[in-house]
Design a protein around this ligand. Structure first.
Ligand code: SAH
Ligand code: F3S
Length: 447
């Protein structure tokens, strides 16, 4: 068998796509290898969301090119968002690359690789294509927690974001296709799925007949053997009362909500074209907490968006304090080619971005640590997903609110089990606990 090495950068959707590619190429007799030096084919799945992500890819491509001197038959492919965004410019900047293809061409990856090998000249395939659901997976990839893409693309056009250019229009997969994929994953031992989309709460409105994420939750909930449902990423702009009701009423949907805020300042939100105000966002959080008191929120924040003043930045700090997030991802604004914000006046200097980044992280670390401490003493449902590398008998798992818990399984529970664990210690990045006899509390976080 020929040997394939896959390198994946970026978001969960890329992880999902890489797995499909490995599955499809398996049919072309490619097996996955862990060491790039053993490979006949290396595919780099790329991310274009920030300049730093792109720099990492180009430097990796430079390294990989050297492998060609050892193995002249080696084929190097680039897929994902950078492929779609930069197209032939990739091969100009990274001359070792033989093949560049975008997401719509994934289904044809086998043919494209053959062509690159046969023709011995750069192959470029970045056109639009029909939406197809690929469910191929390499052997041994079955796992307890899996991602399932439910829609592609985004039409929100936030002024900083390159995704609408790299991932195209919003296109939802049919519920039946998604359910079939989930059933098959569950058949192989999966217990938790994360439904993926760039604006996953816009799911289904492009289908005939139209449907929505709330309806999809209800149908996924009926899959026997599946225990947990997560979903990401939602945009506050089109978050409906129906979805909030589903968060409360669909039992398998976990108390974990990634709801990107980006900025706490209305002036900045408007220039970002996010479609909501700070007040609207806070109102949504309140409504969701009224419906699901235990909800753990996580968010994305950008510092140094063009024109962001100290006063704007202070508004962001303030929302972090008010919402009391469980987890926050902080990004420094990065100018992306072709996006409206890249040409806005008053770009913020790097040192100001760096300082705001540090100050924001200080507040974030304090707030999230406070949230985690609240879990001490609680008994929580845990999906056991691994054994500890450090000590035998030690198991590790995740709560419904997505926190890692380490505990002694006492030989009574195994990987794949749902069990109850009493939290004895809340550390900054994980929890310690002990097996509890029964569900003393069903919820994740106390009110
Ligand atoms: N679909 C998601 C976001 C996808 S991108 C949403 O609805 O918000 C993931 C995160 O990267 C974004 O939430 C944003 O915080 C960050 N990001 C996107 N473009 C960026 C840029 N140009 N500079 C810095 N951060 C950016
Ligand atoms: Fe990007 Fe905004 Fe869509 S952040 S992915 S354009 S919702």
């Amino acid at each position: 068998m020929a040997k394939l090495h896959l390198i994946t950068y970026g978001c969960q959707m890329n992880e999902y796509d890489s797995e499909r590619v490995a599955g499809l190429l398996r049919a072309q007799r490619y097996e996955l290898v862990a060491d790039e030096r053993d490979a006949d084919l290396i595919i780099v799945n790329t991310c274009a969301i920030r300049e730093k992500a792109e720099d990492k890819v180009f430097s990796k491509l430079g390294e990989l090119r050297l492998l060609k001197t050892l193995n002249p038959e080696l084929v190097i492919g680039v897929m994902g968002c950078m492929a779609q965004l930069h197209q032939e410019a990739i091969q100009r900047r990274a001359p070792g690359v033989d093949l560049v293809f975008g997401s719509p061409a994934i289904a044809r990856v086998g043919d494209l690789v053959d062509r690159a090998r046969r023709e011995r000249r750069p192959v470029l395939e970045t056109g639009e294509g029909p939406l197809v659901k690929i469910t191929a997976r390499p052997p041994g990839s079955s796992r307890l927690r899996a991602f399932v893409t439910v829609m592609e693309g985004c039409e929100k056009h936030c002024t900083f974001c390159v995704v609408p250019r790299t991932r195209g229009r919003e296109r939802s997969h049919a519920p039946e296709t998604i359910l079939a994929e989930i059933r098959s994953l569950v058949g192989e031992g999966c217990r938790e799925v994360t439904l993926l989309g760039q604006t996953v709460n816009a799911y289904g409105r492009d289908l005939t007949p139209p449907t929505d994420l709330a309806e999809l939750f209800a149908r996924v909930n009926d899959v026997a053997g599946l225990e947990r449902i997560r979903f990401t990423t939602s945009n506050p702009y089109n978050l409906t009362p129906r979805l909030i009701a589903a968060l409360r009423d669909v039992p398998k949907v976990c108390e974990w909500f990634h709801l990107p805020l980006q900025s706490g300042s209305d002036a900045v939100l408007e220039r970002m074209n996010r479609g909501y105000t700070r007040a609207r966002y806070l109102e949504l959080v309140d409504t969701i907490r009224d419906a699901v008191p235990d909800m753990a929120f996580s968010t994305d924040l950008i510092v140094g968006f063009p024109g962001e003043t100290e006063a704007d930045f202070a508004r962001t700090l303030d929302v972090v304090e008010q919402v009391r997030y469980d987890n926050v991802f902080v990004f420094r604004y990065s100018r992306r080619p072709g996006t409206p914000a890249a040409d806005m006046a008053d770009q913020v200097p790097d040192e100001v971005k760096a300082s705001r980044n540090t100050r924001l992280l200080e507040v974030v670390n304090r707030v999230t640590a406070e949230r985690h401490r609240r879990l001490a003493g609680r008994t929580l449902e845990v999906l056991v997903d691994g054994t500890s590398r450090k000590s035998a008998g030690e198991l590790s798992g995740r709560t419904r609110c997505n926190r890692v818990v380490n505990f002694d399984g006492q030989g009574r529970v195994a990987v794949g089990d749902l069990t109850w664990v009493r939290v004895t210690e809340a550390l900054p990045h994980s929890l310690r606990g002990e097996l509890a006899r029964r569900a003393e509390e069903a919820a994740c976080l106390s009110k």
